[in-house]
Design a protein around this ligand. Structure first.
Ligand code: HEM
Length: 492
């Protein structure tokens, strides 16, 4: 009996690993579950575990979890080539949101930008990039909205009366409000119950989505809708309801001569496509609008919140860097006014510090999963149609050849011999290629304004009797620091 089981096991092992002939090397997978045990047993977060596999197998590796197969790219040149490849710009099919309940609520399949492929992605991405440009998002004329939100957040910080606090909620309030303003032209007071509910949902969704994605890789488990998948479905239905009310409100007040936000601009595009047949009416419709609004929330909040939290973690551990940033701000800007976006070219140490936070924090550690539109031959391997292609940006940002002593927090690595800010081409926090982050300019402005305004007014330090914050990031929707507490003093 034992012999029979052993024979069946080995035959299935060979069968499940059979079609690796043209695929890159990787660890041998078990039947059904694939490489899941490796990732559980190695006790590392996925980006680091991929990097370790690459040390043994070369920069391009193949891994499998249940039905989800992935090719992971672990060095800069490979990522650069793949992310610019015209046939590698799709997204893999999304099983996490496959629930019938979600489809019923939306009236079918809804595609925004972040998870879309083909023409839905191409047209809507172009729309978003143009709309951001027209509204001046991430440009000087948008600065006042960002600065106002930073001021509201600092007022809320002062209400903590010098008691230690976890910055997660306040940062989430602020960055959510910026996305609300861009998307539907409204910001909320921090204690508005509607806003508190929305924020709690957003934060919870960020927490459970990773677990749901793992379960969804096993179609049989995914069908039963339990645990995280059930919760993701429930939260998504609540989001749909929230966004739909806002869209309905915009519909009732729509005025084509008064386009104020992304939803207005999208409705104008829908009108034009109804009347002229261009842009494509199959793409610009209300279902996809809802999905696009959701994308802005999921892509545009957690990444900025986690970046600013990494900033505080590294300032608490390296107080001398915080002092240098404050000294540069005081020397260049002075104490009588707040720093402005246009000041940044005169603040090389500030720019270098923000870059170093983005490098060492690497919030988009596996920076955007792509997929092949058709079978692609890449560096002698086959990337089969639909398979996930993961750029391991974390491995690039911590490669000791590119960044000597990569675990040390050293803003100076971004300064040249004349003290000018400089960044090498392998610095890719927003990924590269046609699919790179369309919110890059906004994110850069948010980080600059929030960081400089906070350090202009406050000095952060580790609360007494608490351990130093951990730099061991955790993978959720983004790569983020574990919760920590911070204290501050108001500067003179
Ligand atoms: C520090 C902050 C941010 C970082 C590090 C970041 C990074 C990224 C990365 C790595 C991707 C995947 C690119 C790819 O698939 O190749 C992405 C996609 C995206 N990001 Fe960001 N992002 C940030 C902030 C924002 C903000 C503020 C917004 C919105 C206003 C935004 C909107 C998007 C959207 C819509 C996508 C999907 C693009 C597509 O699929 O074509 N991001 N971001």
């Amino acid at each position: 009996m034992f012999l029979l089981v052993a024979v069946i096991f080995f035959i299935s092992l060979i069968w499940f690993n059979r079609d690796k002939r043209y695929l890159p090397p990787g660890p041998i997978g078990l039947p059904i579950i694939g490489n899941l045990p490796y990732f559980i047993l190695c006790k590392k977060e996925a980006p680091e575990a991929f990097g370790n596999l690459a040390k043994r197998n070369g920069p391009i590796i193949y891994v499998r979890f249940g039905a989800m197969e992935a090719i992971v790219l672990n060095d800069f040149k490979t990522i650069q080539e793949a992310m610019n490849h015209p046939d590698l710009q799709d997204r893999p099919e999304q099983k996490t949101f496959e629930s019938k309940k979600i489809k019923d609520a939306v009236g079918g399949k809804a595609e925004g930008i972040a998870m879309a492929s083909g023409k839905a992605w191409k047209h809507q991405r172009k729309f978003l990039v143009n709309t951001f440009r027209d509204f001046g998002v991430g440009k000087s004329r948008f600065e006042d909205s960002v600065a106002m939100e930073a001021a509201a957040m600092m007022a809320a910080i002062r209400e903590k009366n010098n008691l230690p606090f976890d910055p997660q909620i306040l940062f989430s309030n602020a960055f959510s409000n910026i996305i609300c303003s861009v998307t539907f032209g409204k910001r909320f007071e921090y204690y508005d119950p509607k806003f508190e509910r929305l924020l709690a949902l957003v934060l919870r969704q960020f927490e459970v989505i990773g677990g749901a994605a793992v379960l969804a890789a096993f179609p049989i488990l995914g069908k039963f809708e339990f645990g995280p998948i059930k919760e993701v479905t429930k939260n998504t239905l609540e989001f749909i309801n929230f966004f739909q009310n806002i869209i309905n409100d915009h519909k009732s007040k729509f005025d084509e001569n008064n386009i104020n936000d992304v939803i207005d601009a999208y409705m104008l595009e829908m009108r034009s496509s109804e009347v002229n047949g261009s842009p494509d009416p199959e793409v610009f419709n209300e279902k996809n609008l809802g999905a696009l609004v959701g994308d802005l929330f999921f892509a545009g909040i957690d990444s900025s919140v986690s970046s600013l939290r990494w900033a505080l973690v590294y300032f608490l551990i390296n107080p001398e860097v915080q002092v240098k940033v404050q000294t540069e701000l005081d020397d260049v800007i002075g104490r009588d006014r707040m720093p402005r976006w246009e000041d940044r070219s005169r603040l090389p140490y500030v720019e270098a510090t923000i870059a170093e936070i983005q490098r060492i924090g690497t919030v988009a550690a596996i920076g955007g999963t792509h997929a092949a539109r058709k079978d692609v031959t890449f560096r002698g391997y086959t990337i089969p149609k639909g398979i996930a292609v993961i750029p391991n940006v974390y491995a690039v940002m911590r490669n000791p050849v590119l960044w000597p002593k990569p675990l040390e927090f050293k803003p100076e690595r971004f300064l040249d011999e004349n003290g000018k800010f400089t960044k090498p081409e392998h610095f890719i926090p927003f990924n590269i290629g046609p699919r790179k982050c369309p919110g890059e300019q906004l994110a850069k402005m948010e980080l600059f304004i929030f960081l400089t305004h906070l350090l202009h007014k406050f000095t952060f330090y580790q609360p007494e009797d608490t351990p130093a914050p951990s730099t061991d990031g955790k993978m959720g929707l983004t790569f983020k620091p574990p919760p920590f507490q911070v204290s501050l003093r108001e500067r003179d």
